[in-house]
Design a protein around this ligand. Sequence first.
Ligand SMILES: Nc1ncnc2c1ncn2[C@@H]1O[C@H](COP(=O)(O)OP(=O)(O)O)[C@@H](O)[C@H]1O
Ligand SMILES: [Mg+2]
Length: 212
Amino acid sequence: MASTLEALNISKSYREPLFKNLTLKVPERGLIFIKGPNGSGKSTLLRVLALMEPPDEGEIVLMGEKVGDVTVKDYHKYASYISYSFQEPLLLPTSVEENLRLPTKVSEQKLSELIDRLNLKQLFGKKASKLSGGEKKRVDIARAIIRETPLLFLDEPLSFLDPSYVELVIELIVEESSRRSVLVTATEAIPELEGNASQIVDMVEARRSAKG
Ligand SMILES: Nc1ncnc2c1ncn2[C@@H]1O[C@H](COP(=O)(O)OP(=O)(O)O)[C@@H](O)[C@H]1O
Ligand SMILES: [Mg+2]
């Protein structure tokens, strides 16, 4: 299969048009980088691509299958294809360890690797609700990456992080994109990500063309 996900001429508006006739082909191995300032529609685009909300127009093809009206049963199937880290970390109010052990399709090898690289061991016994913003973000990103799915969505993975973790997460994103499809958003240009991206979506341009 050449692409895991295709968006064909998708459009979306809330009070204002966010993007129009946007076409994306996400390669089986590769990185899609979506950039734009706050409020430019990055999270909306990512949710639409991950089938959490429908586009106003256009079509999405996931793993070779055209997506129609999404049923509950479909969601189970989609969840086995997609790992997602929200902009605001969405952790369960249990320990960090439980948050990392609960997801389906977890690679144990990846889990121990990320515990090491993201320094998570020291957080294991803590309640997720007691963590700092940056700590939550590290746990949330790890929880998405350890799932072995063909698609990985990371909404602003670099926000809240200390500079040393920013470098590390960029490294992880590039590594992951050599194995599977990765879609990442950021509020600014990140040269290391843009250099490795198979497509860059600039939301300012997407909105400009949406307004006509
Ligand atoms: N569910 C929604 N209902 C109404 N407006 C929304 C909704 N989601 C997003 N928006 C609006 O769409 C615009 C883009 O938001 P968002 O996709 O969160 O941007 P970004 O992630 O780039 O900061 C904002 O003006 C936001 O208020
Ligand atoms: Mg956002």
